[in-house]
Design a protein around this ligand. Structure first.
Ligand code: GLU
Length: 326
């Protein structure tokens, strides 16, 4: 009898300890986001009614254009069907500023759409099924594009470079591309940049950099040119087939493209970028994505809170003039 009572007491004590531990865990879970340095609050902040932030909150979804074929920035994982990369992580950290929670918990509140270089301005500025709240897609800030869209950031600065077959030792700099067959993407800054530095290069344009890389592998081209950080991903994916020349010839400050004239939204994104840079979340996201390609985590570039710029009469950002199609 006495023994049974002892056991009952022991069992109750164990139950109590387990329950207490369980409660402790719950509590820890619900406060992790506020106690982890820099991780945003678990509670969604209140925004001015009618603001884009409030509208996204009310919709329960933030719609983001990202690349699907650029390892390190935005790549669709065929196994999980999730998009991965630094641009994707940056979008999640912005979504945390709108919905609260953590990058993991907001993932289900982001609808990613595949953006390619040539359709980014359209995705941002035209109403329709492709309309997005923002584009985070290796998107260089420049004046031509600023006529049509606005940019928060920059959140990273790349440099245009060249990728060749690993066996190629003839192409050492951009001027060596004169007389060579070179591919890049339509609607990118890469095309006008290479044209300016190697006017005799025979440039062919593809929709995406991965298509261009396939054509390079097939021997249809001598080189592919675009931002070094994009090429770094393609080099890694090529398992020794390609190499980066390492002769940078432009600065490509990446911005988050958004609707022109929505200054409150731009200020919010810029504030959020500064927050995640100060907290270390930006660096953590970089290390987990581009870092795996061997890129050292840089110091984040200074945010450029430029004044409003007047809109151009048309909605096409004349960033490039296409010559041919791949
Ligand atoms: N950053 C350049 C651009 O925005 C090249 C990369 C890209 O096309 O995404 O045009």
């Amino acid at each position: 009898m006495r023994r049974r009572r002892t056991w009952t007491i022991v069992a109750l004590a164990v139950l109590f300890v387990l329950l207490a531990a369980g409660c402790g865990d719950d509590k820890k879970d619900s406060t992790t986001a506020t106690t982890t340095p820099g991780t945003a609050t678990t509670v969604a902040p209140a925004f001015a009614p009618g603001s884009t932030m409030a509208n996204i909150q009310a919709r329960g979804k933030m719609i983001v254009g990202v690349k699907y074929d650029q390892p390190g920035f935005g790549q669709k994982n065929p196994t999980t069907n999730e998009v991965e990369g630094f641009d994707v992580e940056t979008a999640k950290l912005i979504a945390v500023g709108i919905f609260g929670g953590t990058p993991e918990s907001v993932t289900s509140k982001i609808e990613f759409k595949e953006a390619i270089s040539k359709n980014r301005e359209r995705f941002i500025s035209e109403d329709g099924p492709d309309k997005v709240d923002m584009v985070v897609a290796t998107y260089t800030i420049n004046d031509a594009r600023k006529q049509v869209v606005d940019f928060a950031g920059p959140y990273f600065v790349a440099k245009q470079d060249i990728m060749v077959k690993a066996s190629d030792n003839a192409i050492k700099s951009v001027t060596d591309l004169n007389g060579k067959k070179v591919c890049t993407a339509k609607g990118s800054t890469s095309e006008p940049n290479v044209k300016a530095k190697a006017p005799q290069a025979e440039i062919v344009l593809f929709d995406t950099y991965s298509q261009c890389a396939e054509a390079l592998a097939d021997g249809r081209f001598d080189a592919e040119t675009t931002d070094d950080s994009i090429l770094a991903g393609l080099v890694q994916q090529s398992s020794g087939k390609f190499k980066l020349v390492g002769a940078p010839f432009s600065d490509e400050p990446y911005g988050i493209g958004m609707k022109k004239g929505d200054d409150a939204f731009r200020t919010f994104i810029n504030d959020q970028l500064e927050k995640i840079e100060a907290s270390g979340e930006w660096a953590k996201a970089f290390a987990a994505t581009l870092g795996t390609l061997g890129l050292p985590t840089p110091t984040p570039p200074k945010i450029n809170r430029y004044g409003s710029t007047p809109a151009a009469p048309t909605t096409t950002a004349a960033a490039t003039t296409s010559t041919s199609t791949g």
